[in-house]
Design a protein around this ligand. Structure first.
Ligand SMILES: C[S@@+](CC[C@H](N)C(=O)[O-])C[C@H]1O[C@@H](n2cnc3c(N)ncnc32)[C@H](O)[C@@H]1O
Length: 316
């Protein structure tokens, strides 16, 4: 078919194990990508099982058209719209799902296909949208954002020390002509960032920051987690793999809060037994890729997987 670079699924067995799949269950893969996790889930599902998969990238959805398994439905949707998208797909949403998997971030084909504009290697239009059917490209945003907005995005999402200097350079450059390609942006950043981290291109942090901003990646994550709680059955599993400390922080805090009993003002005359019970139970410790997996797939290096199970709420 296409010449794209394959996506090597990260924490494949670990994630599918963590879902504790019931053969007749209904599962959601919020990040279909090239279907690595989805195919492993299907292998464990029986004939009565169902898998609803999402991807916001039309290219990922198009690649899925080759999948002929009748138990699988792949939708061009954002996982931030989880509950509504499931309803649109005719799924009995409220507490109807046995497991939700999210393997967030970008896929290898997205990163490696220069025309998508995610990579500072090569020279291509500076797009960076996962969903190429809507929204603003990185070039369009850089063409209109203020110096302060650009600084904040690069500083907050890229944790880049030279964020202000880079933003200044971008704004100065666009006085002459817009920063339209990945090559132009990378050159501009490399001129500005003088101290390089070993083994890392000077443009890495800026490109990552713009990608997170253009795709509203942290907002999508913050939106999906509470919806996962709504759609999961008691005993249903939530499995999240993230690749960035900002994402992992959101996941970690959400799970910690949901796994703690509801906090009430201190001086209320209540016994611990009177407090509403937690909604989630954490399953195991955060999981990282093994040395062997990292050796075979260096992108697995930053992956961290967290798992939780929804608890039943006793009737009042
Ligand atoms: C790391 S890849 C997933 C790879 C997949 N697990 C596999 O094994 O092939 C992440 C995928 O999630 C998609 N994605 C990222 N954010 C999304 C969102 N908010 N909604 C839907 N899909 C999203 C990306 O387009 C990309 O295809």
């Amino acid at each position: 078919m296409s010449q794209e670079s394959p996506h090597q699924t990260v924490l494949l067995q670990e994630a599918v194990e963590a879902l504790a799949i019931k053969p007749a269950g209904t599962y959601v893969d919020g990040t279909f990508g090239r279907g690595g996790h989805s195919r492993a889930i299907l292998q464990r599902l029986g004939t009565g099982g169902r898998l609803l998969a999402f991807d916001r990238d039309p290219q990922a959805v198009a690649m899925a058209s080759g999948e002929t398994d009748a138990r699988l439905l792949v939708m061009h949707e954002r996982f931030g719209d989880l509950a509504d998208a499931l309803r649109r797909a005719g799924c009995a949403v409220e507490q109807g799902i046995d497991g939700v998997l999210l393997d967030i971030g970008v896929s290898s084909p997205q990163l490696d296909e220069h025309a998508r504009g995610f990579s500072f290697r090569g020279d291509a239009p500076l797009d960076m949208r996962m969903d190429t059917t809507q929204g603003e490209t990185a070039a369009q945003w850089l063409g209109r954002a203020s110096e302060q907005e650009i600084t904040e995005v690069i500083r907050n999402y890229g944790e880049e020390r030279f964020a202000f200097q880079i933003a200044k350079k971008i704004v100065a450059a666009r006085g002459e002509r817009s920063v339209a390609t990945t090559g132009e942006l990378a050159a501009l950043v490399r001129q500005t960032v003088r101290t390089r981290e070993p083994g890392q291109d000077a443009a890495t942090r800026t490109f990552q920051a713009l990608r997170i901003h253009i795709n509203q990646e942290l907002e999508q994550l913050a939106l999906v987690l509470p919806q996962a709680m709504t759609v999961l059955k008691a005993g249903g599993r939530l499995v999240v793999i993230s690749f960035h400390s900002l994402e992992d922080r959101i996941v970690k805090r959400f799970l910690r809060d949901e796994a703690a009993p509801d906090r009430l003002p201190r001086k209320l005359p209540l016994r611990a037994a009177d407090l509403p019970p937690p909604r989630l139970r954490l399953i195991g410790k955060p999981v990282r890729a093994s040395a062997a997996e990292i050796a075979a797939n260096p992108r697995a290096r930053s992956a961290i997987m967290r798992v939780a199970e929804k608890l039943a709420r006793k009737a009042a």
